[in-house]
Design a protein around this ligand. Structure first.
Ligand code: FNR
Length: 362
C-alpha cells in the first residue's frame, strides 16, 4: 500500500527490524512521558490562516549558518544507522543531498566522517560527543573539518545515558559485524555486551561527565567550525550558550531519550527564542512528523527543524528511497501548509499565524 505520511514508516520498521534494534530506535526514557508529549504538544497549537493571498509561488529556501538549503527541514544525528539498512549513513547522506538539505552525522555513526564525505557533495554537520580522552575529541574534530563538515553540533544533554528500559531488557549492544566507525582506529569502536544496556555502559566508561561551559570555549580553541549547542531547554541556558560563543542553539530533549518529564520541545521553544534575542538562530528537534509541525515551530521562532526517528524508520523500510520520500513528504506538506496559511516565504510566517492554548484566556 502506498505510504502517504512520515509516521507510517514506524510500523513498517517495527515489522522489519530485529526487536533489539527497533526498540533502540523507538524508545524514550523511563515512563516515556516526554516521548508522547513531544508529539501531543503540537496539538496545543492551532492555525490562524490568512486568506486571499496570492500563493501561486511558494519559496521554502533558507540559509543556515550561511549555507543555502531548499527548506528548513534537516536531518538530526541518529546513531548506528547500519542497523537499519546496510547502506546506513551513506543512504541518509545521499538522500539529504538530493533534497538539498543538511545531514548531521552522529559521532556514533556506523560510517566514518571520511566515508560519508566520499558519497559526494552535500552540506553536512558533525554531532560531537565529548570523550574523557580529549585527544580523541581533538582528532575527530580535525577529521570532520578535513572531510568538509561545516559545523559541530555539540550534544550537551548526555553526561550519562538516559534510562531506556527496553535497551536494558534487551541487553542492547551494537551487532558484532558493525563498529562505531569514527572510533575504530582508536580502539573505541566496539561496544561490549553488558548486564545493562551496552550503550549505557559504553557512555559511562568513555563520555566525559564533567563537561561544562568552559569546554564549549575549549572546543572553539581547537576548531574554526561554528558550534551549535544541542539540547537546550531553558532561557537560562540559552543565554549562557550565546555568552559561550555558540553559533546557534538546538532546542532538543534528545528525542525524549534522556531526562523524562522535560517538556515537549515545541513548548520549550518560545522561551529559548526570546532569551536568544535574535543573536543566534534557534532550531528545534523532537516529534516533528508533519509539515504543519514545521510551520508551527517556525511561527514560534525556530529557524529550522531536524528530524530523527523518521530517518531510521524509513531507512529500515526502503533505504535511501525511504529517506528521500520522508524528506519529500515533509516538504510537500510544509509547502501546502504555507499556501493554506497565506505565507509565500519563510519570513512571512509569523506568531500571528498560530494560536496556542497558553495564549487563550482561561
Ligand atoms: C538519537 N539522537 C541522538 N542525538 C545525538 O546528539 N547523537 C546521537 O548519536 C543520537 N542518536 C540517536 C539515535 C536514535 C535512534 C534516536 C531516535 C535519537 C537524538 C536526535 O538527534 C534527535 O534529538 C531526536 O531524534 C529528535 O526527535 P525525533 O525526531 O526522533 O522525535
Amino acid at each position: 500500500m502506498e505510504i502517504t505520511n512520515v509516521s507510517e514508516y514506524d510500523a513498517i520498521a517495527k515489522q522489519k527490524l530485529p526487536k533489539m534494534v527497533y526498540d533502540y530506535y523507538a524508545s524514550g526514557a523511563e515512563d516515556q512521558w516526554t516521548l508522547a508529549e513531544n508529539r501531543n504538544a503540537f496539538s496545543r497549537i492551532l492555525f490562524r490562516p490568512r486568506i486571499l493571498i496570492d500563493v501561486s509561488k511558494i519559496d521554502m529556501t533558507t540559509t543556515v549558518l550561511g549555507f543555502k538549503i531548499s527548506m528548513p527541514i534537516m536531518i538530526a544525528p541518529t546513531a548506528m544507522q547500519k542497523m537499519a539498512h546496510p547502506e546506513g549513513e551513506y543512504a541518509t547522506a545521499r538522500a539529504a543531498s538530493a533534497a538539498g538539505t543538511i545531514m548531521t552525522l552522529s559521532s556514533w555513526a556506523t560510517s566514518s566522517v571520511e566515508e560519508v564525505a566520499s558519497t559526494g557533495p552535500g552540506i553536512r554537520f558533525f554531532q560531537l560527543y565529548v570523550y574523557k580522552d580529549r585527544h580523541v575529541v581533538a582528532q575527530l574534530v580535525r577529521r570532520a573539518e578535513r572531510a568538509g563538515f561545516k559545523a559541530i553540533a555539540l550534544t550537551v544533554d548526555t553526561p550519562r545515558l538516559g534510562r531506556r528500559e527496553a535497551d536494558i531488557k534487551n541487553r542492547f549492544t551494537l551487532p558484532p559485524f558493525l563498529t562505531l566507525k569514527n572510533f575504530e582506529g582508536l580502539d573505541l569502536g566496539k561496544m561490549d555486551k553488558s548486564n545493562d544496556s551496552g550503550l549505557a555502559s559504553y557512555v559511562a566508561g568513555q563520555i566525559d561527565r564533567s563537561l561544562s561551559w568552559k569546554d564549549v570555549k575549549w572546543l572553539q580553541t581547537i576548531t574554526k567550525l561554528p558550534i551549535l549547542v544541542k539540547g537546550v531547554l531553558t532561557a537560562e541556558d540559552a543565554r549562557l550558550a550565546v555568552q559561550a560563543g555558540a553559533a546557534g542553539i538546538i532546542v532538543s530533549n534528545h528525542g525524549a531519550r534522556q531526562l523524562d518529564y522535560v517538556p515537549a520541545t515545541i513548548l520549550a521553544l518560545e522561551e529559548v527564542v526570546k532569551a536568544a534575542q535574535g543573536r543566534v538562530p534557534v532550531f528545534l528537534d523532537g516529534g516533528v512528523r508533519r509539515g504543519t509541525d514545521v510551520f508551527k515551530a517556525l511561527a514560534l521562532g525556530a529557524s529550522g527543524i531536524f528530524i530523527g526517528r523518521p530517518v531510521v524508520f524509513s531507512l529500515a523500510a526502503e533505504g535511501e528511497v525511504g529517506v528521500r520520500k520522508v524528506l519529500q513528504m515533509l516538504r510537500e506538506e510544509f509547502e501546502l501548509t504555507m499556501a493554506l496559511s497565506g505565507c509565500r516565504s519563510l519570513n512571512e510566517i509569523t506568531r500571528n499565524h498560530i494560536v496556542t492554548d497558553w495564549d487563550l484566556p482561561h
